[in-house]
Design a protein around this ligand. Structure first.
Ligand code: F6R
Length: 265
């Protein structure tokens, strides 16, 4: 796991977007796993800028979103489908047929079959090349709340009270926050070839320290990333403030750059 600490949110967004750009240029048909929430907004804004100002093309890219609220129609203003179109897709040249987001309106009776289908689509495209993640204050990735099996697959998950409170800021009335979601499982996320996590702000500092430097536990599902072979975590100073090995992570980041320069010379 590489931990990259930058001065502020703007810098982590730009750095993370640069990784997406590099991967996209290496493989135009690459499969990108996407997250919603406040944290990746800066990264999406930067991708939009790269499209408009640098001509970065997304026409062959395929995307799979991590999760969706169960019960919300795709055009519901608080649905993750709506969020993705508003904050990224409608501003870039993505082919709508290449966009996959769990369907919040799938009937409860059909949901298991639907989740299997979602997994099979990911497989059909050869798996996720790069998965973008945020992290919840309770350590969730996607909507894999504490206690989620570390081998779990796409399924229905009940949200914790903490997550419902955190997400209430997007709804007019807190009682409108759905109780259930469809989310890729921890096992599904772990199959991505590469993972990029972004976290910003003081309110993420504790969970970041626990997930990165604590033990691997289903109580903090993000901690399982310690077992993945290619993860980069982009943090601003505030989110990194409780890390014990911060100095070493900064030293590594510099050493990696130097090593890269040696390789290229
Ligand atoms: C949403 C998702 C969640 C968020 C997490 C953090 O698709 O995957 O795990 O990443 O709840 O949300 P923010 O970024 O709003 O703090």
């Amino acid at each position: 796991m590489q931990v990259v600490i930058k001065a502020n949110y703007d810098e982590i967004s730009k750095e993370a977007a640069l990784t997406v750009k590099q991967r996209l240029m290496e493989k135009p048909s690459f499969v990108l796993g996407l997250a919603t929430g406040s944290t990746p907004l800066g990264l999406y804004k930067e991708l939009i800028r790269m499209h408009k100002e640098e001509g970065l093309s997304f026409s062959h890219m395929v995307t799979f979103n991590l999760d969706e609220y169960l019960g919300l129609a795709p055009d519901h203003p608080q649905s993750y489908n709506f969020f993705m179109w508003e904050n990224l897709f409608k501003h870039i040249n993505i082919n709508p047929r290449n966009v996959y987001i769990p369907d919040g309106k799938v009937k409860p009776v059909d949901v298991e079959e639907y989740c299997e289908w979602y997994e099979s689509r990911i497989k059909k495209f050869g798996g996720i090349d790069l998965q973008i993640l945020g992290i919840g204050r309770d350590g969730h990735i996607g909507f894999n709340e504490p206690g989620s099996s570390l081998g779990s697959r796409t399924r229905v998950k009940t949200l914790t009270e903490e997550t419902m409170q955190d997400n209430a800021r997007f709804f007019k009335d807190p009682s409108e926050v759905p109780t259930y979601s469809i989310t890729m499982g921890v096992g599904t996320v772990m199959e991505a070839k590469e993972i990029l996590m972004v976290a910003s702000g003081k309110n993420k500092a504790q969970v970041i320290a626990t997930a990165i430097e604590g033990g691997v536990t289903a109580q903090v599902t993000a901690s399982v990333l310690q077992l993945h072979k290619k993860v980069t975590v982009f943090l601003d100073e505030e989110a990194a403030s409780l890390l014990k090995r911060k100095k070493y992570y900064n030293f590594v980041a510099e050493a990696v750059k130097k090593f890269q320069a040696i390789k290229e010379s």
